[in-house]
Design a protein around this ligand. Structure first.
Ligand code: ADP
Ligand code: F6P
Length: 322
């Protein structure tokens, strides 16, 4: 006996590669288990506009490989208010929808938490390139974003080494340095600047000068947008040691394109798991994967916990970058 008869799925906040694979998994898993399933267009904004349509097996065909989200996404101010949240819950209830899967980041989770307190059975799926959600090793889209950054740095490195230059690459991550950390380690960056670790640009300049003196012929500095602006870092280095690094700001290119197999598999597992948890009567939870195992955590705890930074990985990158 299922705890839900009819569920809806929405994508919210910044999009990420693999959101489509997650939507597909939710829809197909629900249908497999005999549950009615609806798609809400444009996140919480679409919910308040009652922009909700039934989904079937074919409505999620040919999307597993696509970036973006077929349900589209939005940021919705009205939903931040208690009145907006109540209206959202009422709209779902009026349609006989008793469960909701929210695919998004921290802000979207807060919205899911509010709906849960208003009696809607909710499940959160971590859909963000930033990897800033605690209680999951990975978020959907992170692996693809890191691959895009690594690919870009490979290209930048070719021209930097021909010219014996240095380069600053600014990547996304307003509050979380994981994209910079993982991409920096994977691409052999000399310096990685993240919001979680204090840094000194004079020290960065001295290290670059010393490394050039030791025979290094190019250097890459990866900076998370939450740590500093790439152009400011380059200016400080130019003033500090005269090396005049070139600057690349990768921007939204990191959020587009076809998801990697890792993201598609993660999204498929999590989407199916969220539906099975709702059927089993679980609610108010965020789904995640920890050491290969699917888990749920109270969404209240998730939104009130800061993801710990992986200092071991940061130190490793530093050790290997001399
Ligand atoms: P992300 O989910 O990627 O972190 P946002 O922080 O922009 O993106 O949040 C997405 C949407 O979630 C917001 O536009 C808003 O509608 C909703 N939301 C965010 N914070 C809250 C909150 N505290 N209460 C209710 N809804 C929220
Ligand atoms: O998706 C998260 C994120 O990519 C942040 O790293 C970035 O600062 C932000 O979204 C930018 O998103 P937007 O341009 O949609 O506001």
């Amino acid at each position: 006996m299922s705890a839900v008869r009819s569920i809806a799925v929405l994508t919210s906040g910044g999009d990420s590669q693999g959101m489509n694979a997650a939507v597909r998994a939710v829809v197909r898993s629900a249908i497999f288990h005999g549950i009615e399933v609806y798609g809400v267009q444009r996140g919480y904004q679409g919910l308040l506009n009652d922009d909700i349509r039934p989904m079937d097996l074919r409505s999620v065909g040919d999307i597993i490989q696509r970036g973006g989200t077929i349900l589209q996404t939005a940021r919705c101010k009205e939903f931040m208010t208690p009145e907006g949240q109540q209206r959202g819950a009422d709209i779902l209830r009026a349609r006989g929808i008793d469960g909701l899967v929210v695919i998004g980041g921290d802000g979207s989770y807060q919205g899911a938490n509010k709906l849960c307190k208003l009696g809607i059975k909710t499940m959160g799926l971590p859909g963000t390139i930033d990897n800033d959600i605690p209680f999951t090793d990975l978020t959907i889209g992170f692996d693809t974003a890191v691959s895009i950054v690594v690919d870009a740095i490979n290209k930048i490195r070719d021209t930097m080494s021909s010219h014996e230059r240095s380069s600053v690459v600014e990547v996304m991550g307003r509050h979380c340095g994981d994209i910079a950390l993982y991409a920096g380690l994977a691409s052999g960056a000399e310096t990685i600047l993240v919001p979680e670790v204090p840094y000194d640009l004079d020290e960065v300049s001295s290290r670059m000068t010393a490394n050039f003196a030791k025979g290094k012929r190019h250097s890459i500095i990866v900076v998370a947008e939450g740590a500093a602006k790439g152009h400011d870092v380059a200016e400080a280095i130019t003033e500090g040691c005269g090396l005049e690094p070139r600057v690349t700001v990768l921007g939204h290119i990191q959020r587009g394109g076809t998801p990697t197999a890792v993201d598609r598999i993660l999204a498929s597992k999590l989407g199916d798991y969220a539906v099975r948890q709702l059927i089993a009567g679980d609610s108010g939870k965020a789904c995640g994967i920890v050491k290969g195992e699917l888990i749920t955590t109270d969404i209240d705890l998730v939104v009130n916990t800061k993801k710990p930074f992986n200092m071991e990985m940061y130190d490793l990158a530093l050790r290997l970058s001399q």
